[in-house]
Design a protein around this ligand. Structure first.
Ligand code: DGL
Length: 269
């Protein structure tokens, strides 16, 4: 592996561009290859078996591009496929869940941590397991927040309906003393303001930002960190829709990079 090799990032759709952006901000010299599986989005309502199959197909593509590391930006894929891909692949694979759990354990100050994510992420209990492994004395509260995904993609990130959904999803754990909340889905960092409008003293943990910091550290330790000029960014998606560019700008910012269509082997259904 070379320092100049790219980092591969994948997600169920465009939401993982929040993670890609964090990687870009933290490691501006790295060459990033991002694949969003928009044709098969969402993953959060699918079975473990299907999520694993999709994740394997995408990881195989990234390996074929000689990546020096794979970052699973998708919380749902991280929950289901991280350990398996780690066992199966030679390239280092990191996922958002461990990084988010570690940051939440450092941040919490009252023995409680909340997690919101998709149904698949919550059902896997991956965050809960990761947190309790670090600190078995913590109380972990989980809640799926499925509608947050659609609200974000609708662009309703600073909207009354989103604040109402926040009240409904987070209110119960807030009343049980949760003041540290893991945003366990790629879309949720965009809802920080709406959540804080309703729960101003909640500390929000952005797993995507945390994994960017950990990935940088890991590359440094392996002497694989790239430095110098700004790295290239290649953005791919399995389906290109008319709203994709709008979503790309929302999740990633308007930096000029456009998304190209890419069909990976087996990646049609
Ligand atoms: N990338 C997914 C996640 O972080 C977004 C939602 C989905 O695919 O259902 O869980």
């Amino acid at each position: 592996m070379e320092k100049s090799d790219p980092i591969g990032i994948f997600d169920s759709g465009v939401g993982g561009l929040t993670v890609c952006k964090s990687l870009r901000d933290v490691m501006p010299s790295e060459h990033l290859i991002y694949f969003g599986d928009t044709a098969r989005f969402p993953y959060g309502t699918r079975s473990r078996e299907t999520i694993l199959r999709y994740s394997r197909e995408i990881a195989a593509y990234l390996v074929s591009r000689n990546v020096k590391m794979i970052v699973i930006a998708c919380n749902t894929s991280s929950a289901v496929a991280l350990e398996i891909l780690r066992d199966e692949l030679d390239v280092p694979v990191v996922g958002v869940i461990g990084a988010g759990a570690r940051a939440a354990c450092r941040t919490q100050h009252n023995g409680c941590v909340g997690v919101i994510g998709t149904r698949a992420t919550v059902n896997s209990r991956s965050y809960e397991k990761a947190i309790l492994e670090i600190n078995p004395n913590l109380k972990v509260f989980q809640q799926h927040a499925t509608i947050f995904v659609s609200l974000t993609e609708e662009g309703w990130i600073d909207d009354e309906i989103t604040r109402l959904a926040a009240k409904k999803y987070i209110g119960k754990m807030y009343s049980e003393n949760v003041r540290t909340l893991i945003l366990g889905c790629t879309h949720f960092p965009l809802l920080k303001k709406a959540i804080l409008d309703v729960f101003p003293d909640m500390v929000l943990v952005d797993s995507g930002y945390e994994i960017a910091l950990e990935a940088k550290q890991m590359l440094k330790e392996k002497n694989l960190e790239n430095s110098g000029a700004a790295g290239r960014i290649e953005l791919y998606a399995s389906d290109i829709t008319d709203t994709l560019q709008m979503l790309k700008n929302m999740f990633f910012g308007e930096n000029g990079a456009s998304i190209a269509k890419l069909t990976i082997s087996g990646g049609t259904s």
